[in-house]
Design a protein around this ligand. Structure first.
Ligand code: GTP
Ligand code: MG
Length: 325
């Protein structure tokens, strides 16, 4: 809770390696104070540049910031990781800022958990705002974004990625939509297209989102969501992150969303929906880990060979393994 940067860095390493369950449980009651913001979008749209600019803007208001950059460790973005480190070095001399890069190391389901835990460490350590940068490329990134209280989606003109964003389900999770690289041609077109899609999808998305949360609320016996749930309109903000243009407006929207979450009761609903999703996936993972450790590897190998030889169907093997049939 009053860790030095060095102790904090050490704990984060233990968390990333899955060796800090006790510490995380001890810290857990002290979490829940920070504003957790997920920043996601297609590769190269300017997420890191924007995160850097936002961190500076928060610091100018005296707000402390932790940045969690989830490196995709992919050949496409490998170069940008080095770029991130260089850019972020600007902030690294400031005691009110802490930047942590996490490699995905091919772990899929685990990454969302580890990211949540790293966020909790920063939260307990007293950082006011935690920015999580992920490349919005698939379900695991969407899962990480869902663990945030506010999701900021970054688009850029001319990438044709507005359609991709919808495919990845990213647009529907956007609380704030940023069109970065507003100095590039085609920015008006991108803004118009996104606004149109938001308008078109607004009802369906909100109903869907509302529905998901309601399902969580039902099973957890929570009170109904307030009507204000539908009141938030995702703003579309243009920025030139590399020059700092539009960053203040993004900051204002993030403050507004935070206030919206707190004053409407939406925050507690989101937190409970997240808690449910996290609990269920953790139980699933724990059950699987326990189950696989208790398996006879030779028998398992034999059954796998039987599936490959078409002697047993996968469903039959599952029945035998689980029910002993
Ligand atoms: N023209 C222009 N270039 C920008 C702007 N913002 C960022 N860039 C540049 O775009 C490139 C990619 O920026 P990043 O911030 O690394 O993008 P990213 O989304 O974090 O990239 P990945 O993490 O690899 O997905 C860099 O060369 C930036 O300098 C902008 O507003 N306008
Ligand atoms: Mg980046």
């Amino acid at each position: 809770l009053r860790a030095s940067r060095r102790d904090l860095a050490r704990l984060l390493t233990r968390v990333e390696n899955g060796h800090a369950h006790d510490e995380l449980s001890t810290l857990f009651p002290y979490t829940g104070q920070a504003h957790v913001i997920g920043v996601t979008g297609a590769p190269g749209t300017g997420k890191s540049t924007l995160v850097n600019a936002l961190a500076k803007a928060y610091r100018a208001e005296g707000i402390t910031v932790a940045v969690v950059a989830v490196d995709p460790t992919s050949p496409f973005t490998g170069g940008a990781i080095l770029g991130d480190r260089i850019r972020m070095r600007e902030l690294s001399g400031d005691p009110g800022t802490f930047i942590r890069s996490m490699a995905t190391r091919g772990s899929l389901g685990g990454l969302a958990h580890t990211t949540s835990d790293v966020v909790r460490v920063f939260d307990a350590a007293g950082y006011d705002v935690i920015l999580i940068e992920t490349v919005g490329a698939g379900q695991s990134e969407v899962d990480i974004a869902r663990a945030a209280q506010t999701t900021l989606v970054v688009e850029a003109p001319g990438l044709g990625d507005d359609v991709q964003a919808i495919k990845a389900g990213i647009l529907e999770i956007a609380d704030v939509l940023v069109v970065n690289k507003a100095d590039r041609p085609g920015v008006e077109h991108t803004v118009r297209a996104l606004r149109a899609m938001l308008d078109l999808g607004h009802r369906a998305e909100r109903v869907l989102h509302h529905g998901t949360l309601m399902a969580a609320a039902d099973s957890a016996r929570l009170p109904a969501l307030p009507d204000e749930m539908t009141a938030w309109q995702t703003p579309v903000v243009q920025t030139i992150a590399s020059e700092g243009t539009g960053v203040d407006e993004v900051l204002a929207r993030l403050h507004a969303h935070r206030d919206y979450l707190r004053t409407t009761g939406t925050l507690i609903q989101r937190e409970r929906a997240h808690a449910q999703a996290e609990l269920l996936t953790r139980v699933r993972d724990a059950l699987f880990t326990k189950w696989i450790a208790g398996q006879d590897q030779l028998l398992l190998g034999d059954l796998i060979a039987r599936i490959a030889a078409r002697e047993m169907s996968p469903a039959q093997v599952v029945t035998r393994l689980i029910d002993g049939g």
